[in-house]
Design a protein around this ligand. Sequence first.
Ligand SMILES: [Zn+2]
Ligand SMILES: [Zn+2]
Length: 102
Amino acid sequence: MAGKKHTHKYYKQGTGTWACALLDCSHFLPLNVAESISHRSSICWGCNTKFDLDEKLIKQDKPKCYECVEFELFGASKKDNLPDLSDFDRALKLMEQKKKIS
Ligand SMILES: [Zn+2]
Ligand SMILES: [Zn+2]
């Protein structure tokens, strides 16, 4: 898809590489550059808007933006009272555990 520019919608493949989930896009990050994912933008799997990835968000296989993660984990009622980063870490771990069980 030369010349067609879009923000890739990244997801993590089992092999540890990151690939774009959008139709007709074959973009992916080979393992040797997979670390650069934390400096890229992606499309959120929750709200479908562009956001910047970082080291915490890429712990998700299908990264969602902070707003979506916080909404999912803490509910709308806590929106005004954003959790600190240690809460966020703990919450991500919980999310992973839930995924393994279900
Ligand atoms: Zn793409
Ligand atoms: Zn989102």
